[in-house]
Design a protein. Structure first.
Length: 293
């Protein structure tokens, strides 16, 4: 178990084992597990840590990590007051994000992307395109650094949660756009308008299906996604390539991106931001940054 209070962050992973993990969101705790043995081990480890640290747990939630996406369910409250609202606000290096344990399988913030959000703030992009934006945490990071943002996601509900995160951080609505649509439908429209971006986030789900029935499978469609992004990428654009697909790692993402660069006759370099300190190797999202030149 570990903690990151010194970084001004109260959303982080406390423990990871092969079949699950424990995450803290403020005074709420989420246990994610693949089987009952993992659940029992993680729960025991957490309570031993909390007692040693004198940490006050207000609520504890749990969720099963299913093998199929269609089996995903929202976390279930197992400790704490059921009359307390499901929403709370957490801090990450000065940024505020709303967490909602009843909002679906994911609670609203992917903490394994913390260093990439910090890198975006360091880059201070002028115009950022956030694809598969979910609750727009990357967009908040860019906006707080002064950039204009375009956030695209199939879910209008997720984008509304993204707007709420902008409000939490006292960010104005001007200069920011939220588009509820298929990313592959949006790219051609942006290209026809001649729009260019100096930072693009590509963090797609492993599998998704649009409202029109069109499917996206990252292992077969990621190269097409990168090619579409290159059409609206400015000369020195930075592109975040990210996936939670177990079959792909950062090296695989780089190989696919290099093929796209060769096909489009563009050049670039790659680097990876360090994983958050509490994430062991081979856990969390696989990511790499492509910088065009």
């Amino acid at each position: 178990m570990s903690g990151l209070e010194a970084e001004g962050t109260d959303a982080y992973r406390l423990s990871t084992i092969t079949d699950g993990w424990v995450e803290r969101f403020g005074h709420d705790v989420l246990i994610s597990f693949k089987n009952q043995a993992a659940r029992e081990r993680l729960t025991t480890e957490y309570f031993l840590w909390a007692e040693a640290m004198g940490f006050n747990t207000q609520r504890m939630f749990e969720r099963l990590l299913p093998k199929r996406n269609e089996e995903r369910k929202a976390p279930k409250l197992i400790l704490g007051d059921s009359n307390t609202g499901s929403r709370s606000v957490v801090m990450e290096r000065g940024l505020r994000f709303e967490i909602d344990f009843s909002g679906g399988y994911s609670v609203g913030l992917f903490i394994d992307q913390r260093e990439n959000r910090s890198f975006i703030r360091t880059c201070a992009p002028k115009r950022m395109l956030n694809c598969f934006a979910y609750t727009c945490s990357f967009s908040v990071a860019a906006a707080i650094a002064g950039g204009n943002t375009v956030s695209v996601d199939l879910s209008q509900k997720s984008l509304e949660r993204g707007r709420a995160n902008f409000v939490l951080n006292n960010l104005p609505a001007t200069g920011h756009h939220f588009i509820a649509d298929d990313v592959f439908e949006v790219f051609p429209r942006l290209s026809r308008k001649g729009e260019k971006f100096d930072l693009i986030v590509l963090d797609p789900p492993t599998f998704s299906r649009s409202h029109r029935g069109k499917t996206f499978q990252i292992e077969s469609d990621f190269e097409g996604l990168v090619m579409a992004a290159l059409e609206v990428a400015d000369r020195d654009c930075r592109i975040l390539l990210s996936t939670n697909c177990a079959a792909l790692d950062g090296r695989a993402l780089e190989v696919m991106a290099r093929y796209c660069l060769k096909t489009s006759r563009r050049a670039g370099s790659f680097h990876a931001e360090p994983r958050p300190v509490e994430f062991p190797p081979n856990s969390g999202a696989s990511t790499t940054w492509l910088t065009l030149r």
